[in-house]
Design a protein around this ligand. Structure first.
Ligand code: ASP
Length: 437
């Protein structure tokens, strides 16, 4: 049995709704459907969720907001009319307006996008609608109660052969609507998939899965047919944006595979993400390359640093005190480098450096800014011989110097740092070496 989640672009207008229906009709195993709110129909268009947040802000500031609700209502009505579905949106929107006037929360306002889309989709498909507020449970701080939610969804769907459960929201113990963070319908879909013990969690979107490199840098980058959840984590952490590992924790934990599919190209098998996978079908040593700009290396040098107990801890303490996360820690005998996100460091740079001086009395501190990190990820790298050598040769043969190197002990990932201006050329060089030759 399959749980399908459809993103906002997959449900942006009536034509997209029709595609969704035909995808569901293609496989009778696709029983439970988790929709987002209608997204953009094209560049310059608005996402329903954004309009709802805007209406909420206006209502809060005692400014006119009804015109925004009217725009949203018109979009739903247009979809419903084209699909020949009759639904009373007037009453729904009168209710939303009343709640906004009474000071409803932003979570309540934003959730209406999924709520109404779920109702509309259920009517169109002719299957039951289950309000997520009844089955997705948060605590009063807005944290998901995962096990309770799992039980509630399981109980509710046990006797429903098919159903639509809207994404993005649920309710807390007091009954107030709560949402996940933006993009949270992915989580909802994964929760439903786990609760009904689906064979696959299909995540339908507007791209045909992950590519081996960012197509803005490598326009013909191949699609990744299979990857593991750990590879997903490494790649999404480093900048691949199709799906974030954190968003699918319920299925990852349950060992249910996630399949990224394209609503606009439903025959393409997309990317399958599993707990474990054999060597990749295309016989490439690497699975993908991801990276981004905006890093800084802080190098701390001190003679005999190595013999000084607690040195590293004190250096990291200086960063921690200013809430700056470190990304990597390449260390030598008498140098320690801390790679951090430029944006996080910038507001506290002087204070952090002063604190390091105070805590460890270094001989020298150097700060190199405008660095890009590139992760080359692949479960095949453990078995292959000379991967690091090939990688470094690829980059250096372009005349690019490597500023830092970090190979995790899992051998799933090699991260190199290069100057920002060399970022694109380095990604291309890695791709060419591992994929084109
Ligand atoms: N509609 C919500 C958003 O725009 C949730 C989602 O699409 O996943 O963030």
């Amino acid at each position: 049995m399959i749980v399908t989640k459809f993103g906002g672009s997959s449900l942006a207008d009536a034509a997209q709704f029709k595609k969704v229906k035909s995808i569901l009709d293609m496989d009778s195993e696709r029983k439970y459907v988790v929709p987002s709110a209608p997204g953009k129909r094209g560049p310059g268009d608005d996402k329903i969720t954004d309009l709802l947040y805007a209406a909420h802000r206006a209502a809060q500031g005692k400014k006119p907001f009804k015109h925004l609700l009217e725009r949203i209502q018109a979009r739903y009505e247009e979809i419903a009319d084209e699909l020949n579905v009759s639904m009373d949106f007037k009453e729904e929107f009168a209710q939303i307006a009343r709640e906004l006037e009474k000071g409803a929360t932003p979570d309540y306002a934003a959730s209406r996008g999924e709520y109404l889309n779920g109702k509309l989709l259920a009517k169109y498909l002719g299957i039951p609608f289950v309000d997520a507020a009844e089955v997705v449970r948060f605590d009063t701080e807005g944290r998901l109660l995962e096990e309770e939610t799992n039980d509630l969804i399981g109980q509710r769907l046990r006797n429903l052969y098919r159903a639509v459960v809207p994404g993005f929201y649920g309710a807390d113990e007091s009954g107030a609507v709560r949402t996940f963070s933006r993009g949270g319908s992915d989580v909802s879909g994964a929760l439903v998939a786990r609760a009904v013990n689906a064979d696959v969690y299909e995540n339908w979107t507007d791209v045909t899965g992950f590519r081996m490199a960012d197509p803005r840098i490598v326009p013909d980058a191949q699609y990744i047919s299979t990857m593991t959840y750990r590879e997903l984590r490494e790649l999404s952490y480093m900048g691949a944006t199709v799906l974030h590992e954190e968003a699918v924790f319920p299925v990852r934990k349950a060992g249910i595979p996630t399949n990224i599919r394209n609503t606009n190209d439903p025959k393409h098998p997309g990317t399958m993400i599993r707990a474990n996978a054999g060597p990749n079908e295309q016989n490439h040593v690497i699975t993908g390359i991801a990276g981004h700009k905006g890093f800084t290396i802080v190098s701390i040098e001190k003679d005999m640093m190595n013999a000084e107990l607690g040195f590293g801890r004190r250096v990291l303490q200086a960063f921690e005190e200013y809430q700056v996360n470190f990304e990597h820690l390449p260390t030598g005998i008498d140098t320690m480098c801390v790679v951090v996100n430029e944006k996080e460091l910038a507001p506290h740079k002087d204070e952090v450096l002063a604190r390091i001086r105070e805590l460890v009395q270094p001989d020298q501190i150097t700060v190199s800014e405008h660095l890009a990190l590139i992760a080359t990820v692949g479960r095949g790298m453990v078995r292959a011989f000379g991967t690091a050598a090939r990688l470094f040769t690829a980059i250096s043969s372009q005349g690019i110097s490597i500023r830092t190197i970090d190979q995790g002990s899992s051998e799933l990932n090699i991260i190199v740092g290069v100057d920002e201006e060399d970022f694109e050329a380095a990604v291309k060089a890695i791709y060419d070496t591992f994929v084109r030759t």
